[in-house]
Design a protein around this ligand. Structure first.
Ligand code: SF4
Length: 57
């Protein structure tokens, strides 16, 4: 289950995750280093709805 992530910013056509200091910059469909966060159509998304440090909504 996925939820829209809170901790991200749009950079050009990509999304930069700001949830940790890796600051992964993700193209559409790309999954971050952690395997938990993903760029889904230009918006940050978590691959789990579990509440926790990813702050999905
Ligand atoms: S995608 Fe994962 S590893 Fe990359 S910055 Fe976000 S939380 Fe950190």
């Amino acid at each position: 289950m996925q939820g829209e992530a809170v901790l991200y910013e749009k950079v050009g056509g990509k999304v930069r995750c700001t949830a940790c200091r890796r600051y992964c910059t993700l193209a559409d469909g790309q999954i971050g280093f952690c395997g938990v966060r993903q760029n889904m159509g230009g918006a940050g998304s978590t691959l789990t709805s579990t509440e926790g440090p990813w702050l999905s909504r």
